[in-house]
Write a protein that binds this ligand. Sequence first.
Ligand code: NAD
Length: 250
Amino acid sequence: FLEGKRALVTGSTSGIGLAIARALAGAGARVVLNGFGDAGEIAGLCKELDATHSGADLTDVAQIEAMMAEAGEIDVLVNNAGMQHVAPVEDFPVEKWDTIIALNLTAAFHTTRLAAPAMKRKGWGRIINTASAHSKVASPFKSAYNSAKHGLDGLTKTVALELAEFGVTANCISPGYVWTPLVENQIPDTMAARGMTREQVINDVLLVKQATKKFVQPDEIGALAVFLCRDEAQNVNGANWSVDGGWTAE
Ligand code: NAD
């Protein structure tokens, strides 16, 4: 049902973004991938999904503007690129704070402001922001990430109100822990910050609040993104959908 629609998924060379890109391509959209990685692997993904790729670094506004100009009019915008850093607030590296706010929050503002005019003119659009359980609740040692994700929820609600009458919806999807490189890579720093073993981090930190005691699978996020593009979801607007095994129910 997305034939003739163009979807840009940021941070889609890996993890959740790649699963969303696969799901949207499977529903018929022409996909523009974005993100870093091995050139051969990215070429393989472009072939698999009949997609194009932008290597824009989304912490840099000029590169975002170039990506958006090259991509053309976007019907489905998925702001998904993100990174994490785990450290106590008093030791939190200032440059990590700036990078995380730029990538996890400010980049979504730039892509949204650049995609909105065409969506409004066409009278149809979908903006889907990968937030996090950390857009609703906090965990210690993630000051930049929690701040950016709470901010992304605020941006989403604002845009939802502004664009609602133009057939454009904006929503957050907020996963709990999904087994991707982003999660795997934070285990060593969490071990250091909390003085724990790897097993303790997985069971006593990552899965402790996820009532299902299971990691979310990236495909589950892709399926929800596809649903949000359907006509049946036209009144789902400004929402923040938890996919966290019950974490934020407590
Ligand atoms: P990932 O590390 O597997 O993928 C991140 C993607 O972002 C990659 O494609 C990477 O190349 C890209 N990227 C990184 N820096 C970039 C930059 N400067 N410019 C452009 N692209 C850049 O991570 P993931 O787990 O799939 O996370 C995707 C999103 O989901 C993030 O916003 C993350 O905060 C969110 N999220 C993840 C989890 C989880 O448990 N994995 C939970 C909740 C929310």
